[in-house]
Design a binder for this molecule. Sequence first.
Ligand SMILES: *[C@@H]1O[C@H](CO)[C@@H](O)[C@H](O)[C@H]1NC(C)=O
Length: 332
Amino acid sequence: MVAMGRWAFAFLLLMGVAELAAARVPNIDARGEASSGGRDLLHSRRLVMKKANEVNKDLIIAASEGNAKAIKKAIAGGADIESKHGDQEDTALTIAAHAGHLAAVKALIDAGANVSAADTEGTTALFAAAQEGHVKVVDALLKAGAEVNAQRSADGGTALIIASQGGHLPVVQSLIASGADVDLAADGGATALTLAVAGPHVKVVAALLEAGADPNLGNDIGAVPLHVAASFVGAGEAMASQLIASGANVDAATATGLTPLMVAARVGNVPVAMVLREAGADAGAEMEGGVKATDQICGCLEDGEGESACLEGVCGEASKKETVEKIMEILA
Ligand SMILES: *[C@@H]1O[C@H](CO)[C@@H](O)[C@H](O)[C@H]1NC(C)=O
């Protein structure tokens, strides 16, 4: 595990890099009822309707269990391949894709399932498979013509964004090879690169940068990937170096003037502060209220004894005396 203090996590939230609303694909229980509640299919008044509902139910159970044979049987028995299930109205294809059932997904595609079908949140089968890291299912859907850059209506998320957030490198590579737009942003402005950095998923960050992702795209409050990288002690160093090598602006400032170097000072991130300074980051930059990076160091020079020696900073977890001294040195 990469070291990330509680404050660093709070920082991610502050930077607007909170998790995308998780795409919920309802679990289907043994009776084919969406566990999120929903209607009791047996209450249908008309016998014909009841029969149709039952084969549709058979289809959804088969999809959720990954039973390709049963899928074919349900379709042959008159099931509507596009029938919707659960509160979010997912199709059999999305449910099978989410569960990673390749044979079931192929059977549904072969039977003519709409690979672009979206649920009430705009979640497609491709998004559901990408979220769970099912690369073979992702490939099957792409081959069948799934729209690689489809954005969810709920939050603007794409398959690439959700796969990057989850650190699913093979899926990310496959989506990029199929023409995914690496710079498409979700609502709020978070890109695949920002969310990969927030993982932190170093290899995904490298893959996205290699594919030409723009390291200077900020979100709605002006936070760029380098701000996020600076909050990670450990993985932050490699990510910051990669971002800078790809042209990241080391002095990028948010709407309030916060720079990556200030973030590194706040969390006591010595390696990232060094990388930033070596790349020419300005230690004298001021944010709102004339506050500089040195004012934001969190910790004491005398291990808490001499109160006057404590730097107030924007404190979360206080850095050790040694760390404070090193950061001071780097900022000097
Ligand atoms: C497939 O689903 C998409 C998204 O819901 C819809 O726009 C499209 O019309 C559907 N295609 C067919 C052939 O029904």
